[in-house]
Design a binder for this molecule. Structure first.
Ligand code: ARG
Length: 423
């Protein structure tokens, strides 16, 4: 009897070929699973029909946009998770959710395996395989593209032989992945990191030079580090992100050009478009700037790096993640208020912030008459703060060959004078 396999199906050439190939090589009964994570470039009905026409036993569709936003995107935003200070992790965040849904459907349908269309060179195969392995060790994971060893040309040949439509877009030299949190684009001329990305790679963002001359202001409301409103109007997460992608994109905000370190050991050059992600991370950082203490903020930055790495590395379903998530949730309990952002010609600048839990004190900060800061207390503070330095300077001397400082030229006063005399 044919065994059932649940295939993550995007409707593209690779996963369409996967349907036939799984039938041929594994004698599998293929059930396709197409998941809506907010990619705006697809017709889900048509994808479902295509799967059935290519011989899928069943074509399942799931709208996972809210799940994606509430359980993946917003926690990552609260964590400040940005990989290598550049990539807001759109693709990386989608994978564990796809893995979880594959597992759920496989169990409902009595399947023995799940399959995905990742190649053998990227991070995505790792994310899928590791996630499924953690959630459902009894399921086999099949990655046809990694296994079949066909070149692009052979794949197209195979598709033609099996009456699989080869879309004209196959002529496109780029490989893309899209969801609500961003677009990822690689391959083609982008593989030379010296090449400026041609205008055609961008679909969500206007070129900054062509963006409107007038800036646009957006006010983003936060509760517990999660954005909940735009311009004072409460909005669900999916709509809020979609709206910011539109606004930011129109002003040329959200382009990222990143040579990143893949988990499998290679450096790769990827272009991202992520207007909402960039705006929300900037606004969230500003909200934290107002509401976290200095110590919390510094520790949070370390957590953010770890958090981003574990998402990138496919370790979403790990205990370390669970532990860090608990810390992040706790850290966000007072992170609420409104941030005002200015979008203009490719820039996104925070220009205002306010919070009922703000730690900013006007009376402490001001140089005006309202000043309540105890200036005299500064003397005692400095005396103790500088104590170890004075002790060290007295014992270890800052002058003479022994105590010479490498951070300062030996004859600094003479060098400085020389400049003066030169006038
Ligand atoms: N480099 C990104 C990541 O590892 C995106 C991968 C998918 N990109 C693509 N263009 N197909 O998460």
């Amino acid at each position: 009897m044919a065994q059932r396999v649940v295939l993550a199906y995007s409707g593209g050439l690779d996963t369409s070929v996967c349907i036939k190939w799984l039938q041929d090589h594994y004698d599998a009964e293929v059930i396709t699973l197409t998941i809506d994570l907010g990619a705006n470039d697809r017709d889900l009905g048509a994808i479902q029909a295509k799967a059935v026409s290519l011989g899928a036993k069943k074509a399942i569709q799931v709208d996972a946009r809210s799940l994606f936003v509430n359980y993946f995107i917003f926690p990552a935003l609260q964590a400040g998770a940005i990989y290598e200070e550049a990539y807001p992790l759109a693709t990386a965040l989608g994978r564990p959710l796809i893995a979880k849904l594959l597992v759920d459907v496989a169990r409902e349908e009595g399947a023995v395996a799940v399959a995905h269309g990742s190649t053998g060179k990227g991070n995505d195969q790792v994310r899928f395989d590791v996630s499924v392995g953690a959630l459902a060790p009894e399921l086999k994971v099949i990655a046809p593209v990694r296994e079949w060893g066909m070149s692009r040309e052979e794949e197209i040949e195979y598709a033609r032989e099996h009456d699989i439509p080869v879309p004209v877009t196959v002529a496109s030299p780029y490989s893309t992945d899209v969801n609500l949190w961003g677009r990822s684009i690689e391959c083609g001329v982008l593989e030379d990191p010296w090449n400026e990305p041609p205008a055609e790679v961008y679909e969500w963002t206007t070129g900054p030079a062509e963006a409107p001359a007038e800036p646009q202001y957006v006010e983003i409301g936060f509760e517990h580090g999660v954005p909940v409103s735009l311009g004072g109007e409460p909005l669900d997460g999916v709509s809020l992100i979609a709206k910011l992608n539109e606004l930011g994109g129109a002003h040329g905000v959200g382009r990222i050009d990143h040579v990143e370190n893949r988990l499998v050991g290679i450096k790769s050059r990827e272009i991202y478009e992520a207007p909402a992600a960039m705006i929300l991370h900037a606004a969230h950082r500003a909200m934290e700037g107002l509401t976290l203490t200095k110590d919390q903020a510094r520790f949070k930055a370390k957590v953010a790096t770890e958090y981003a790495d574990l998402i990138y590395n496919g370790l979403w379903f790990s205990s370390l993640h669970q532990d860090l998530a608990a810390y992040v949730a706790s850290s966000e309990r007072h992170v609420g208020g409104v941030v005002r952002v200015r979008l203009h010609k490719g820039t996104c600048q925070v220009v205002g912030r306010q919070s009922p839990k703000s730690l900013y004190s006007y009376q402490l900060a001001t140089y005006d008459r309202a000043d309540k800061f105890d200036h005299r207390a500064a003397e005692g503070f400095i005396k103790l703060f500088g104590l170890p330095l004075r002790t060290q300077a007295a014992v270890q001397l800052l002058t003479g060959p022994e105590g010479q400082l490498s951070i300062m030229p030996p004859k600094v006063s003479e060098d400085a004078k020389k400049v003066e005399e030169g006038h």
